[in-house]
Design a protein around this ligand. Structure first.
Ligand code: ATP
Length: 319
């Protein structure tokens, strides 16, 4: 019987629990003992490692967040902590580790892999900012949350003839804003990929104002600009009464959508299968309809493809 472990790290994402459940159950299928590492790499260094059973993962598949807890732990960039982590795993005879998180989490896995632990990474983040995979676990749940929130804003802005400027998450990736912007029929989207063009933004909103539209929506990725300031500019230069809304951490929570549950299950099962073949140093990815694996180092050096066609949709449909 071999021992493997699972940890979640970085920002939590809906679907992580489904992934943990699958790793435990599929692990049993392949004859592994499965351990849970609590609180990411921080817990790994502190030795927070417990054996998991079917019961520890029952009734979690529909819950957001992660039952294992997560942490940001910058100390893990230092080799001395990586060595302690590898030693803690070896003390439990664990030689395979599945990590669920973003690219920072993958960097931690790469470090551990170099200390003899076979690591497999699963992309779990709401931002969809991992270039090696088409979609990450949690993205579509966060997207649905953002879309539902913007639909609600539209109800009230329609009643008062207003424009809504809505900030969504995404860090350095505009996918949440792009997909949400398309889904709610926004006037304009502003993302790290498009940059902020004040004139184009105001022209798009002006077009709707002149056509007597009762509502308009601009969707913006976080950290791009001050949404309150943009709202004020729209009031002054377009005429719409305007409100800014920052959706914030509500986008992180909630029950995972069916798609995220299925994606988490397929990716997790694939990861366990890799470990059963004694393969580590990989991250799992979705490409088209297929679940595949990519070397961790390759995954970390890839560039994310930007869909100009998808960005173009917003401009084509507003007028
Ligand atoms: P998200 O995209 O949701 O923010 P993430 O995995 O990218 O997720 P980070 O905070 O960047 O989130 O990374 C998670 C953890 O991984 C860090 O707190 C740290 O413990 C570890 N980590 C990040 N970068 C490295 C690195 N270069 N070497 C070793 N460990 C790292």
């Amino acid at each position: 019987m071999r021992n493997i472990a699972v940890l979640t790290s970085g920002g939590d994402a809906p679907g992580m629990n489904m992934a943990i459940r699958t790793i435990v159950r599929s692990g049993f299928h392949y004859g592994f003992n499965v351990y849970g590492v609590y609180n990411g790499y921080k817990g790994l260094v502190k030795g927070e490692i417990k054996q998991m059973t079917r019961e520890t993962v029952s009734r979690i598949l529909n819950r957001g967040g992660t039952i294992l807890g997560s942490a940001r732990y910058p100390q893990f960039l230092e080799e001395k902590y990586q060595k302690i982590a590898a030693k803690n795993l070896k003390e439990h005879d664990i030689d395979g580790l599945i990590v669920i998180g973003g690219d920072g989490t993958f960097r931690g896995a790469l470090a551990l892999h170099k200390f003899g632990i076979k690591c497999v990474g699963l992309p779990g983040t709401i931002d969809n900012d991992i270039p090696s995979t088409d979609y990450t676990i949690g993205f579509f749940t966060a997207l649905n949350t953002a879309v539902e929130a913007i639909d609600r804003l539209r109800d009230t802005s329609f009643s008062h003839r207003r424009c809504s400027v809505v900030e969504v998450m995404g860090r350095n990736c505009g996918d949440l804003a792009l997909y949400a912007g398309i889904a709610v029929g926004s006037e304009f989207i502003i993302t790290p990929e498009t940059g902020y063009d004040k004139k184009k933004t105001l022209d798009a909103v002006k077009g709707s104002y002149r056509r007597n539209k009762r509502h308009a929506v601009v969707v913006v990725t976080e950290n791009m600009l001050d949404v309150n300031k943009l709202a004020k500019t729209i009031v002054e230069e377009v005429g719409y009464e305007t409100r800014a809304t920052v959706l914030g951490h509500v986008q992180r929570g909630g029950n995972p959508t069916a798609f995220d549950r299925v994606l988490a299950t397929e990716m997790s099962e694939y990861a366990v299968e890799l470990l059963s073949k004694d393969i580590g140093g990989k991250v799992v990815a979705l490409r088209g309809m297929d679940i595949i694996d990519v070397g961790i180092e390759d995954a970390l050096t890839m560039e994310k493809q930007v869909s100009n066609k998808r960005y173009g949709l917003v401009g084509k449909l507003v007028r």
